[in-house]
Ligand binder design. Structure first.
Ligand code: BG6
Length: 477
């Protein structure tokens, strides 16, 4: 028992994404998306970085998004389980290509619109608020092939029309929105974040930051449309967060750590403060990057800032300028952190740092002074099913318990937090590796890395633990 309970109406729940859960990748009129071209194995990494060989799936490769966990057909069963845990919110994403199969069709696809309408109705019927991300790592492939994806300004208007369509259709059902999932991922996994494919010899930084400008303008237009069409809704940005620590007290390390954080804050500074920060302008100048902007872009960014800061927190990062120290990078972390000698790592090399969660939340709140929404957090781990069919995931409970305690501390520090949706409340496909065995869920899904399994759902020990956390509003962790 803690002596602290979370604020009244705190939005406890979980978060999933269309491409990692739905499957049915060509059903209901859906078009192909970038993630449908990401196989498992080493190729996945190369493509994620922007080296794509084919705009259609290649025979003989295994593509985990094609079936995923079949949420498309099983969402009622899954929502019943979320409701049993007492969820107040479920974060989902809309797949742009279910609504506009090519991304820029004249008319939306009614079957896709209806699918999400039914999904939102089912959630609301169960007392669960939908929290909706408009783009979670999936761009319609047609836009990549024809326009080069977000490197092209045309994407801005296509996204705006997608935004207007979904806001108009779901205005009475969805009151929490987010524009781009982990918008800063664009710099690290450009195909995943923005559908970018590079040709030999291209200046990648130039393309990435131009694409970033397009996404930032599109995000501001979405904020504008959301405020006009659904005045009582809140729309946020979404950052892959995690404070960067200097490895030593050497001022060079400190500055470098600050600089690394700014690489990510850059996006949120524009989305939340409405301006390109000075350090970004200097970075563009020093690196000879020319960002093309249209008249009115800067005013648009200034006038249409987000209502809240959505973020994911899995790990803190550590930075050093010492070449010897730099030899000790942690594996599996796209943010290129070095090993922190004070902290443990997950089986995938992700640093485990509950205190870093409190630090990150404080840092974000101090910087933006807007409500935060923790829209992802969790531990990816291998689960064993006992002969009795049980899953004793005490390691997951331990991770979450410590993180929730630190989130409570952050709230007591004065940080305003709207809710907490842990990542993958039901096991789903891993975004970075495409694996199924990297599990985050309170609910186990019978499926392996090669796609074998019955897809049966089973409650893990953490299911009952989280249910009690929600029932006691965090008094019992
Ligand atoms: C975030 C993404 O990067 O982290 C999710 O928004 C992703 O899509 C999650 O699944 C966990 O990462 P992974 O690689 O373990 O699935």
């Amino acid at each position: 028992m803690t002596n602290f309970t979370f604020p009244e109406g705190f939005l406890w729940g979980g978060a999933i994404a269309a491409n990692q859960a739905e499957g049915a990748y060509l059903e209901g009129g859906k078009g192909l998306t970038t993630v449908d071209l990401l196989p498992t194995g080493k190729k996945r990494w190369d493509i994620a970085m922007g080296k794509l060989e084919s705009f259609t799936p290649i025979e003989g490769e295994f593509y985990p998004s094609h079936e995923a966990i079949d949420f498309y057909h099983r969402y009622k069963e899954d929502i019943a389980l979320f409701a049993e845990m007492g969820f107040k919110a479920l974060r989902v994403s809309i797949s742009w290509a279910r609504i506009f199969p090519n991304g820029n069709d004249d008319k939306p696809n009614e079957e896709g619109l209806q699918f999400y309408e039914d999904l939102f109705d089912e959630l609301l019927k169960n007392g669960i608020q939908p929290v909706v991300t408009m783009a979670h790592f999936d761009v319609p492939v047609h836009l990549v092939e024809t326009y080069g994806s977000w490197r092209n300004r045309k994407l801005v208007q296509f996204f705006e029309s997608y935004a207007q369509t979904i806001f108009t259709r779901y205005k009475d059902k969805v009151k929490y929105w987010m524009t781009f999932n982990e918008i800063n991922m664009l710099l690290h996994l450009p195909f995943v974040g923005a559908g970018l494919v590079f040709k030999e010899g291209e200046d990648k930084n130039q393309i990435k930051y131009q694409a970033a400008h397009h996404q930032l303008v599109a995000s501001a237009l979405a904020v504008k449309a959301c405020h006009e069409i659904i005045p009582d809704a809140k729309i946020g940005c979404m950052l892959a967060a995690g404070a960067t620590y200097p490895y030593t007290s050497n001022p060079d390390d400190y500055y470098h750590a600050m600089d690394k954080d700014r690489e990510s804050f850059f996006f949120i500074d524009v989305q939340s403060r409405g301006e390109y920060p000075g350090y970004a302008k200097r970075f563009f100048k020093d690196n000879d990057l020319k960002i093309e902007m249209e008249d009115g872009d800067l005013e648009l960014l200034k006038d249409n800032t987000v209502d809240y800061i959505g973020f994911s927190y899995y790990a803190s990062r550590t930075a050093s300028t010492d070449p010897e120290v730099l030899k000790h990078m942690t594996s599996g972390n796209v943010f290129g952190s070095i090993e922190n000698p004070y902290l443990e790592k997950s089986e995938w090399g992700w640093t485990i740092d509950p205190k870093g969660f409190r630090i990150t939340a404080n840092q974000l709140y101090d910087r933006y002074q807007k409500p935060l929404f923790v829209v992802e957090n969790g531990l990816g781990a291998v689960d064993e099913v006992t002969p009795e069919g049980e899953i004793h995931d005490d390691y997951r409970i331990d991770y979450l318990k410590k993180h929730l305690a630190e989130m409570g501390e952050a709230i007591q520090d004065g940080v305003e937090i709207l809710g907490y949706t842990s990542w993958g409340p039901i096991d789903l496909v891993s975004a970075s590796t495409g694996e199924m065995k990297k599990r985050y869920g309170y609910i186990y899904v019978d499926k392996d890395n090669e796609g074998n399994g019955t897809l049966e759902r089973k409650k893990k020990k953490s299911f009952f633990w989280y249910k009690n956390v929600i029932a006691t509003n965090g008094a019992e962790l």
